[in-house]
Write a protein that binds this ligand. Structure first.
Ligand code: HSE
Length: 405
């Protein structure tokens, strides 16, 4: 029998305990040994909880107990979670986590400690919740050159955008609904400003490139500037709007990452990923496109991914299986050189001036809708687009990049 500890008895931690209890037979079958939760670390008491006897308040009890082979970190943050993860790995105990912030910031270092101690630092639950995207990229697609990963990686913002589209809600109404349903936090900034999706794409980009992608260097826009007018134009165009996290690798090894809302045609594989669901589209050089879809958040889907990591750690004791990435930070291709087509909205009376600035001789026509005029620009560099937009100031009511592939 293998004994494990769970750090944090909140949503994910209690989910891990529940999945291990309810899927005991499946877990034991997969791991090859019975798995039992011995300790749950939390600063709170849980009187009357069926696992009350497992609660401990001192991490030393866990790290000093030789019976504990695997630790599930579900505390979140980069303070104690980092210290405890490091100490557990140094003691030769594998760690499984859902903590994307910690993986994005210290993943390379923690995986290197795991390698030195011949154990594992696993993080399937950190991206895409229950979608097994980490294992897929690290194992199933390990012989592919991954040219692009494009994902809807944040359930909260996908729900908000879906509500704006289907219910014609404005951003604030849709956010309030997401908060009422428990999808969005009271302080929703990490989700709506794109930071959560940014950390997740940094993890995926690090994994496929083998180099540490610093999430702080990834160009990131959120969805808080999206207006009902954007959806009205999108609908006329036969398109939708999604917050996409994008990572691309060029043939000469140049890596580019960004997070931003994009217009995408309804025929695009990610267009039908709605509500709180996540989707990840992966392009391999031999494989072509393959897509993964599922619940990107929530107690049991996330805990299911942690449990799968626990089984992997038990099957691979004294052997490091996660190849990880270098701690040296990857140089990202500067966004100002990226080329896109943009859809621009302006007031009807400004249409000639605004079109002239963006399109020059290009005669592609746009269309009018409810007192505004919208049109696609020719393909242009971000830097050029930004200069034109700054020059026009308030005349530009909104703009979105087009995701055509
Ligand atoms: N806030 C995240 C989301 C939770 O909405 O996707 C899962 O990482």
């Amino acid at each position: 029998m293998i004994k494990i500890a769970v750090l944090g008895y909140g949503t994910v931690g209690s989910g891990v305990v529940e999945v291990i209890a309810r899927n005991q037979a499946e877990l034991s079958g997969s791991a090859g040994e019975e798995i039992k939760v011995k300790y749950i670390l939390d600063s709170r008491e849980f009187p009357g909880d069926p696992n009350e006897d497992k609660i401990v308040h001192d991490f030393n009890i866990i790290v000093e107990d030789e019976e504990i082979r695997v630790v599930c970190e579900a505390m979140g943050g980069t303070g104690d979670a980092y210290l405890y993860t490091r100490r557990a790995l140094e003691a030769g105990k594998s760690v499984c986590t859902s903590n994307k912030e910690l993986v994005a910031r210290h993943g390379a270092e923690l995986m290197s400690v795991a390698r030195e101690r011949q154990c594992n630092y696993m993080f399937e639950a950190s991206v895409g919740g229950g979608i097994p995207i980490i294992r897929t990229l690290a194992v199933a697609l390990s012989t592919e050159r991954i040219e692009a990963v494009t994902g809807i990686l944040n359930g909260t913002t996908n729900y908000i955008l879906s509500q704006m589209e289907s219910e014609h809600a404005d951003y604030h109404e849709a956010l309030a609904r997401a908060q009422r349903l428990g999808y969005a936090e009271r302080n929703p900034e990490a989700d709506v400003k794109g930071h959560d999706a940014c950390r997740k794409i940094a993890i995926l980009a690090s994994l496929v490139s083998g180099r540490r992608v610093d999430s702080e260097k990834v160009y990131t826009e959120g969805i808080d500037g999206i207006k009902p007018e954007d959806f009205a134009f999108a609908s006329k165009l036969g398109m939708t709007i999604k917050l996409l996290a994008v990572s691309r690798m060029s043939e000469n090894g140049r890596l580019f990452c960004m997070v931003a809302p994009f217009l995408l045609p309804l025929t695009h594989p990610l267009a039908s990923v709605c509500d709180v669901f996540n989707g990840v589209l992966v392009r391999g050089n031999m494989l072509g496109d393959t897509m993964f879809y599922g619940r990107g958040a929530g107690k049991l889907p996330t805990a299911s991914a942690v449990a799968a990591d626990v089984a992997d750690c038990v099957r691979n004791q004294n052997r490091t299986i996660m190849r990880g990435w270098d701690s040296e930070t990857a140089e990202l291709y500067d966004i100002k050189n990226i080329e896109s087509r943009f859809f621009v909205r302006c007031a009807e009376e400004d249409r000639n001036r605004v079109r002239e600035v963006f399109c020059g001789e290009d005669k592609t026509e746009g269309f009018s809708l409810e007192g505004e005029y919208g049109f696609f620009t020719p393909v242009m560099k971000e830097e050029v687009f930004g200069q034109k937009r700054d020059m026009l100031g308030e005349a530009v009511k909104g703009s979105l990049r087009l995701m055509s592939e």
